[in-house]
Write a protein that binds this ligand. Structure first.
Ligand code: F0G
Length: 381
């Protein structure tokens, strides 16, 4: 059998583009290298001819894109001598922080909104041995507290205000360009704190740099943290489309929202930390923000699961919900190639999935005749 080197995570793969040294101890769980799946059944039902791909970030080690940022943030925290990390979280960041801290042998403190995170995420943080602090307030309040605590205690913040987080997350754009041979025309993302949309833009900019669009030696977003390789691989960059849940859509309102509410708890954020950067991404890429109702988000989640076999969490489906609206309205034109990031796995939030599932649960006697009858009843014509 031909020898194929073992995949050992995104820092090893993109070492020359990330702020690590040859002797840096890498804290990795093999994150990145996620599938880019071309959708067939959903596009075939649309009135326009478009190519849609989903980048299934739910297949990262802890089930979300946060692992890309966390491998970098924890690697650097350990390198700098930190013994503890801290974050506020709607769930996924806390799961990733807990896992990478366990791997590194340091402590994770996570602040989560009491009763407002999906059960799978809570289970992860607890199992990995994080110190879980539930606060009687939302993510935005937690974020404020984390910033204050970090001023007084020797803990490293691993929310996306930590610049290494975005460095790790930019690698998702690298992977997409490498697989498609070019950037897509549109890249759709759910937006909460707006760190991920910014990180993707950094990644696309680095790839397109020698096309003349960016001429400086470092991008404007990362305060010199990226090692700018400068080699041209593609000449195009996508338009970045950021979709928010309607009850939690500060970018649509043009101002912060004090009481965000949505079934997509991962993006229940009213005071995005990367506010200025995300506006810049929108302007530079020629993209836009839009919002989706909770019903639209859940319908897209179900459509994807039922007709393509891909299960993502509600927040993740916001990217597809938004894309489908914009394809039908013509804002995304015929012939476009589109990538939607599916940020987290559907198993993170089983409660919401079961609540909205239409599949009938049938219970019968454990007898052949009863099982046969149940099958016949549900057989498609
Ligand atoms: N999708 C999922 C599944 C998320 O968990 C998040 C953010 C986002 C999208 C939005 O990404 O904040 O970079 O715009 N979750 C954070 C958390 C806030 O604490 O897990 P963003």
């Amino acid at each position: 059998m031909p020898f194929r080197p073992r995949y050992t995570g995104l820092i090893d793969k993109y070492r020359d583009r990330l702020p690590v040294h040859d002797d840096t101890r890498i804290i990795s769980l093999g994150e990145g290298n996620t599938p880019l799946i071309r959708l067939h059944n959903i596009p075939s039902k649309l009135s326009k001819d478009v190519e849609i791909y989903v980048k299934y970030e739910g297949l990262n080690p802890t089930g979300s894109f946060k692992d890309r940022g966390m491998t970098m943030a924890v690697t650097k925290a350990v390198e700098e001598g930190s013994k503890a990390i801290i974050c506020a979280s709607t769930g996924n960041t806390s799961a990733a922080a807990a896992a990478y801290a366990a791997r590194a042998g340091i402590t994770a403190f996570v602040l989560i909104p009491d009763g407002k995170i999906a059960l799978g995420k809570l289970a992860q943080a607890m199992m990995h041995g994080a110190v879980v602090i539930q606060i009687k307030g939302n993510f935005d309040a937690g974020m404020q507290l984390v910033k204050e605590v970090a001023k007084e205690a020797p803990v490293t913040i691993v929310n996306s205000i930590n610049p290494y987080r975005l460095q790790g997350q930019k690698t998702a754009a690298f992977e997409i360009v490498e697989e498609l041979g070019r950037a897509p025309d549109f890249h759709c993302l759910p937006v909460g704190n707006a760190g991920n949309i910014t990180a993707h833009w950094i990644g696309y900019c680095e790839y397109s740099s020698a096309s003349g669009e960016m001429v400086t030696g470092a991008c404007a977003y990362c305060e010199g943290h990226c090692k700018f390789a400068g080699g041209a691989i593609v000449g195009n960059r996508p338009r970045m489309l950021g979709y928010q849940a309607a009850g939690s859509a500060p970018f649509m309102r043009g101002e912060m929202v004090d009481d965000p509410e949505t079934v997509a708890t991962a993006i229940r954020i009213g005071h995005p930390q990367s506010w200025d950067m995300a506006w810049k991404v929108k302007e530079e890429s020629g993209g836009w923000f839009d919002e989706c109702t909770d019903d639209e988000i859940l319908a897209a989640q179900k459509l994807l699961a039922e007709s393509e076999g891909v299960f993502c969490e509600p927040a993740s489906a916001t990217s597809l919900a938004g894309a489908l609206k914009d394809i039908e309205s013509g804002k995304i034109p015929q012939g476009s190639s589109i990538v939607c990031t599916l940020t987290g796995h559907g198993l993170k939030d089983p409660d919401t999935a079961i609540k909205q599932s239409s599949a009938p649960l049938t219970t019968v006697e454990a007898e052949l005749s009863a099982v046969k009858a149940a099958i016949l009843e549900n057989m498609a014509d």
